[in-house]
Design a protein around this ligand. Structure first.
Ligand SMILES: *Cc1c(COP(=O)(O)O)cnc(C)c1O
Length: 364
């Protein structure tokens, strides 16, 4: 039987065409027409005025936090159920990641938890749209405004998801995206910042290229930057992905619905919740098991025996050394980390393979 990977980028003739064009033009590094084209196309899809293409999703967050001038001692509120890159970016920008539990109805940052975690040192909230589901940005924006905090989105796992009809990436002060190989849009390694704030976009752009801002001479930067631009070859892959994005999303949605149909009434299995006011991005398909870790691990072993990759949900960030010791526990993140499992989903996943996954999850 065929092996079933958790995720795999879908590469077709559009990607090959742009990569060939880039190679033929010797456009390999950050100065190249495909970077600009990719930035315009990504901003258009996110409905924002600006997109800055960068080296990774982690770089997008790191550069945003530097552009917002996070200082030592500054606290940034982050959710407990997310990838460690979020906390790493806060630390490397000089701040302290303060981990707050997630809401069981969204798996994203709990607005009540965020409100309770604010101290005089809090400077901002970094809300992650987890597993394709938008965070409750309305509630978080209200809290941020009341306390004069900035609000950032991390849309790495939620490309083109919507919240009250608005696409993620344009819901807060700015957003970071990842185009890593397992994300919906992939450039291999890569990321982007989106924002409607021209000054912030300019600072991120300058910081990504050694601090050289718009008015600076090339070798006389006015800021202290880093080398974190996206390369043109990666952007060429991204241009192909964006040409095909509607098709890629349609194929993912068909598979998502097939999982829903197959697992909706499975005994002891809960599907990832979806709030009424959102459309989720069909990234991985994630479930939790009522019996918790024992059944999850048994299913995972059976899947592995059948050549099917799966992935437990992220460990509680508060348990990792990068995070500040939590002031309160994060029981929801602990519960999800112990009982949750993500199942394979990518545009080229054959329906029969998906049905095999469903059978194991139902009957293991
Ligand atoms: C993948 C991911 C990142 C990091 O992206 P890289 O491109 O691997 O640096 C950041 N945040 C979240 C929520 C992610 O899922």
């Amino acid at each position: 039987m065929s092996r079933v990977p958790l995720a795999r980028p879908s590469i077709a003739d559009r990607e090959r065409h742009y990569v060939q064009e880039a190679l033929d033009g010797s456009w390999l590094s950050g100065h190249g027409p495909h970077v600009e084209r990719f930035e315009w196309a990504w901003a258009a899809r996110c409905g924002t005025l600006h997109a800055v293409a960068v080296a990774s999703g982690t770089a997008a967050l790191h550069l945003l936090l530097l552009a917002l001038e996070v200082c030592p001692g500054d606290e940034v509120i982050v959710p407990a159920l997310t990838y460690v890159a979020v906390a790493n970016a806060v630390r490397h920008a000089g701040g302290t990641p303060v981990v707050v539990d997630v809401d069981p109805t969204t798996w994203c940052l709990s607005p009540d938890g965020a409100r309770a975690a604010i101290t005089p040192r809090t400077v901002g909230i970094l809300a992650v749209h987890a597993y394709g589901h938008p965070a409750d940005i309305g509630a978080l924006a209200g809290i941020a405004a009341r306390h004069r905090l900035w609000l950032l989105e991390d849309g790495a796992e939620a490309h083109l998801a919507t919240y009250h009809g608005v696409v993620v990436g344009g819901l807060a002060d700015a957003a970071g995206f990842s185009f890593f190989g397992n994300k919906i849009v992939s450039t291999g390694e890569g990321g982007a910042v989106t924002t409607n704030d021209p000054a912030l976009a300019g600072r991120v752009r300058a910081l990504s290229r050694q601090g050289v801002a718009g008015g600076d001479e090339r070798y006389r930067p006015s800021l202290t930057g880093l080398g974190l631009r996206m390369g043109n070859l990666a952007a060429a892959v991204g241009c192909g992905q964006l040409d095909r994005l509607d098709d890629l999303l349609d194929r993912r949605r068909v598979l998502w619905r097939r999982y829903e149909g197959g697992l909706r009434d499975a005994t002891g299995v809960e599907l990832q919740p979806v709030s009424g006011c959102v459309t989720v991005a069909p990234w991985l398909f994630s479930v939790t098991f009522d019996d918790g870790r024992a059944r999850r691990d048994a299913v995972r072993r059976q899947l592995a025996d059948d050549g099917i990759e799966s992935r437990p949900l992220f460990p509680n960030l508060a348990c990792l050394p990068v995070a500040a010791p939590p002031r309160d526990g994060c029981p929801e993140a602990d519960r999800l980390a112990a009982s949750g499992l993500s199942l394979p989903l990518h545009p080229d996943l054959p329906g029969e393979d998906l049905d095999r996954v469903v059978d194991v999850v139902r009957f293991a």
